[in-house]
Design a protein around this ligand. Sequence first.
Ligand code: GLA
Length: 715
Amino acid sequence: MPETPQRILEHLRSDGVSVVVERRGDELPCILHWGRDLGELDEGDLASFAAANSTVLGSDTLDEEPRVSLLPEASRGWFGRPGLRGHRDGRSFSPRFRVTGARRADEAGSDRLIWLAHDAAAELQLQLTLELAPSGLLRARAWVTNVGSSPFSLDALEIALPVPVCAGEILEHTGRHLLERQEQRSAFQPGTHLRESRRARGHDATMLLAAGTPGFSARAGEVWGVHVGWSGNTSVAAERVQPTGTRVLTGGELLLAGEGALAPGDKYRSPWLWAAHGDGTDALSARFHDFLRARPEHPRGPRKVLCNVWEAVYFDHSLPRLLELAERAAAVGVERFVLDDGWFSGRRDSTAGLGDWSVDRAVWPDGLWPLVARVQQLGMDFGLWFEPEMVSPDSDLARAHPEWMLQPGDGRLPASSRSQQVLNLADPGAFAHVLEAMDALLAEYPIAYVKWDHNRDLAEAGDAATGRASAHAQTGAAYRLLDELHARHPTVEFESCSGGGGRADLGMMGRAERLWASDTIDALERVGIEAGTGMLLPPEMIGSHIGAARSHTTSRTHDLAFRGAQAIFGHLGIEWDLTRISDAETKELAEWVALYKRWRPLLHSGRVVHGDPIDDAVAIRGVVAHDRTEALFAVTQLRAGLSYPPGRFRIPGLDERRRYRVGLVHPADAVGPHKTNVEGWWQRETTLAGSVLTTAGLHLPPQHPEHTVLVSLAS
Ligand code: GLA
């Protein structure tokens, strides 16, 4: 019998989650368990757990037990994708790291494990970090250094986290512009289910790659999910490797050819791979929400109702029209007025001007002051749109510095998109140009809010001078730009927009207070888009607007009651030409704004829950206060259902020992439930036991399709 190497076992526990990490001898650490809390385990318990869990060797396999570490290695019998892929001029293609040091530390409340490792033959040094936050959210990253004297070509550095064999179903997101984060499910089959994003943004990228017990839902089944916190190119995979059927979720940055070239002494650090486990996807999301909410920089206090002028005026920046819009906005209770695209030099439509970040004097002869001053006088603060990472070929900037446009390096420009190219922010001159221009505007005007847009995919993103791929450098430079502006203007709030919700990752959302979740304001489409987005982000970070009755993107028409009831569940905004609406609409809109203000303390702090579907024509989402004394639910009839009314639904998240007053909430004149001759609880308030509401359920009021009722519960 070969001698069993010494085992070092660590047990991390937090908020119902356990992570057991095993290190054998000097091998890289392997996760023995990540999931439900295992309770107190002493050293003996851990040792027997590890001893009992050696993989049994099957037939016709390597004679060594395969080990799947946080950075799986072929040199330890792993036939899935290795965590570190690369080579030194063809050699050192199969690293075998040996741990040289390890420590465990409390890192701002999180339990952090760090391992240092070395591969003397490959001349690589490695640092691995694994951290469990108080919310039970796990994250890991790797850092590799070329300690040799020749270049090392790194192709990928991806963390892998194991999931158990009961995780038989995959959930992920797909989508497109105007339809972000649509759920997609499949069986977790043997092989590699790979999702790559090569556009350096993610309308079609998965926000979460999750695997769970088949049929898992918002409230039931176990589920494990990972997210790559990086706004550039990414890769995530669900791998099931035979013959053992070992399952891992992996993720990291997708490096373009040559982006991982490490000269002697160079380091590459992977983005964080974030990971959450939960009983149901609500529990998984809660770990992300709690983590984000615990950050000191998280937006606190009332999330201001904003008016964004884009769908009201587009590029028509006529001052009288904007002033009237501002007045109307203030009158309905708006607290922040955001001037969108079209205010800067040469920007009369989407074909020119990006990069020339100075106020267009032809349109704004007195600068933005006449508007800004009035907005302030009306008691609102002011926000402004920028697209800092982009450049129009038809701009003074591109004429002066055509070499600042990202390009493949053979004299060609990539295909244009929305008539624009990407500005090479990794070029110090281009970086300084944008930084100084934005800084000057933020210093000149009392700008409280920046809408940071990014309206095209990065295609063939290379540096003109070197001809080398530059998506990695571009993403890092965009972060540096945003960080520097934050540092210079610490009170300014940033919104991440990328043709709507193309950039919703935690790299960007660690730097922005709000996501513009989609360019579609159609309330019906928003139900799915916001459900997907809300898996990661809490409602106060998801921009949700009340738009025109007839949606500009889908041409569907919806009542204000439907549009309002959807939008109040995010960070509310209005994007509608208020100068052309009726008095009745103005009155009802003001009531929706007031309703949002009344409920936002709960909506922006409570636990987000979803009702498991009783009928796929009905969507139920709610927010329950942490002490479970109060809740607000939106019950949406997406389309005509087979059953009408749909029946009883169990209200999730309540305290079974309390009694709740249950009633409908809506502005006085809004359309209520569909009138029927049936008397229901919705005609007047009722009081019901929490156990009844959670277990027996409550009959849903009859509704027209594309309509929402809001149900309030108070104990
Ligand atoms: C993008 C954004 C919109 C708007 C326009 C302006 O499409 O997603 O909200 O800001 O750009 O050009």
